[in-house]
Write a new protein. Structure first.
Length: 150
């Protein structure tokens, strides 16, 4: 065999091997693409089944939970209920209550606590008392402006 024939034979052999590698690679890609599509379809199917199960669970819990049915309309007021609880806790810690007789400083005017005003936001708060004075006039005073009647 001549050198030229050997070169042609090796070239054809190399091209054949290269073609086989490319064909195997493209076949592998097609197989992977098919598996990927199958898995994506399975994920969609499982997701829809999961949604159906969650819906069924919500229906079951709603039907079986009589307390939940009673509280469901009230839960929208949960923040208001919590705020009122905090207000009541703060009121219990205050030195003066509704109807207590107090002296308003610095004038030493006597009066009756008609309202306790609690307010603020998450970063600050304030406390004031509304005091009903003689003659029907009312004023707002801070706790440090009040003292026990003499």
């Amino acid at each position: 065999m001549s050198n030229r024939a050997k070169v042609i034979l090796y070239s054809l052999l190399g091209i054949g091997i290269f073609a086989i590698v490319i064909l195997m690679y493209s076949r592998k890609e097609r197989i992977l693409e098919g598996e990927r599509n199958g898995l994506e379809q399975k994920i969609r199917q499982l997701s829809s089944e999961l949604d159906a199960l969650r819906k069924s669970e919500r229906r079951f819990v709603y039907k079986s939970d009589s307390l939940g049915r009673v509280l469901d309309p009230i839960m929208q007021y949960e923040a208001l209920i919590r705020a009122n609880q905090h207000r009541d806790e703060a009121y219990l810690a205050m030195p003066w209550r509704y109807g207590d007789r107090v002296t308003v400083l610095p004038d030493s005017v006597g009066g009756i606590v008609s309202e306790v005003i609690l307010g603020g936001n998450p970063w600050s708060y304030y406390v004031r008392y509304k005091v009903l004075l003689k003659g029907g006039k009312s004023i707002e005073a801070y706790p440090n402006q009040l003292s026990a009647p003499q």
